[in-house]
Design a protein around this ligand. Structure first.
Ligand code: ATP
Length: 349
């Protein structure tokens, strides 16, 4: 049995991108949260505009659904420049990239999503393009091969990655500015939700927004998705208004709990506590206990549980924290991992 978990996945589901397009903030002052990134970026853009030069290349790092694509579009809009979009996996050969670079217009913004997944030859071509606005087109093969230099228009590369650590240093070093996107605070997500509700003509009182925001795993994409589900519930069951109780009832129905944990997250915690006494237990044993692949448990459920301070990865295996016991309404044993530690300090353990 595999547990359905689209609702709180940070990746876009089905045709969600279409709906998202309608909800995207268009300018920097509409972009909610990420205060430091916004301020730094507005300086970079403002000074480029004053100098009438394209700004330095920008790297954005952070998890899916935190607003990287939105920010890339905003950068182009603020510069009044056209935007070209591609992604690392689409750049399999150097020629794929050359075809794009050679047709850029002056000042154009080139957005490369998942830039860490670009093929090596394309990556090497990009170094020169970023630094000297030039590409070397290799003609022929073997000893007879020659390279023809080709000037390209000055442009701004905006790269997005969920894994900044996977970028080779020479590529990382060529970005003049790196924006680290963090998870959003509950009050920021409330603002995202109020804005989306306005655009979707949904009546959303503050306490309804708060209830949805706290279950949204720090991610605007999830917040917007939960809002749509709650709206459906409110329309069908209670004629529209999303009160706190309506939001809670809807999300309970969809099995997203008060902290944003879904069925898989809870199944993992439940097995860890009830079957293995809180651990330590190996990943594959834990995965068998919940009927999932180890990779699903590791990639999908664990990062959020770790971030919430509910689970720790230790050299001896997975361990439940004292907060995990309490989350499931159980009394933690006195020696529970993290007992006496302020929840949150275990993040990233
Ligand atoms: N700061 C924000 N303010 C308002 N809405 C936001 C913000 N950040 C993201 N969103 C909304 O969340 C949705 C997802 O954002 P976006 O597509 O930019 O994320 P992403 O980081 O590029 O994710 P991915 O890499 O998976 O595409 C969009 O609908 C966008 O409007």
């Amino acid at each position: 049995m595999s547990i359905e978990r689209d609702l709180v996945s940070p990746e876009p589901e089905g045709d969600e991108r279409l709906i998202e397009a309608a909800l995207r903030p268009k300018r920097l002052d509409e972009f909610i949260g990420q205060g430091r990134v916004r301020e730094q970026l507005s300086l970079v853009l403002e000074s480029a505009l004053r100098r009438s030069r394209p700004p330095d290349h920008v790297l954005m790092s952070g998890g899916p659904g935190l607003g990287k694509t939105t920010l890339a579009m905003i950068i182009a809009a603020e510069l009044g420049a056209p935007l070209r979009m591609t992604s690392g996996p689409a750049l399999e050969r150097a020629g794929d990239l050359a075809a794009i670079l050679s047709t850029l217009s002056e000042g154009e913004v080139l957005f490369v999503d998942e830039i860490h997944r670009m093929a090596r030859p394309a990556e090497e071509m990009l170094y020169l393009a970023m630094e000297d606005f030039r590409v070397d087109i290799v003609v022929g093969k073997g000893p007879g091969a020659t390279s023809i230099p080709l000037d390209i228009a000055p442009f701004t590369l905006v790269g997005a990655t969920t894994r900044a650590g996977l970028l080779p240093a020479p590529l990382r070093d060529r970005f003049g500015f790196t924006a680290h996107m963090d998870f959003y605070e509950v009050d920021e997500l409330e603002r995202v939700l109020h804005r989306s509700a306005r655009l979707l003509s949904v009546e959303l009182p503050p306490e309804g927004a708060h209830e949805i925001a706290r279950r949204s795993r720090g991610t605007p994409r999830i917040a917007n998705r939960l809002l749509r589900r709650v709206r459906d519930f409110a329309e069908v069951r209670v004629e529209g208004v999303i009160t706190r109780d309506v939001a809670a009832a809807a999300l309970n129905l969809y099995e997203v709990d008060a902290e944003g944990l879904d069925r898989l997250d809870r199944a993992v915690l439940d097995a860890l506590l009830r079957k293995f006494g809180g651990g330590p237990v190996g990943l594959s044993t834990l995965a068998v206990a919940v009927g999932e692949e180890p990779e699903t448990v590791e990639v999908v459920a664990e990062p959020f549980l770790v971030r919430q301070g509910l689970l720790a990865r230790t050299p001896r295996g997975r361990v439940a924290t004292a907060s995990a016991w309490m989350h499931l309404g159980l009394t933690p044993p006195p020696d529970a991992f993290g007992a006496g530690v302020i929840p949150g300090l275990l993040d990233g353990a």
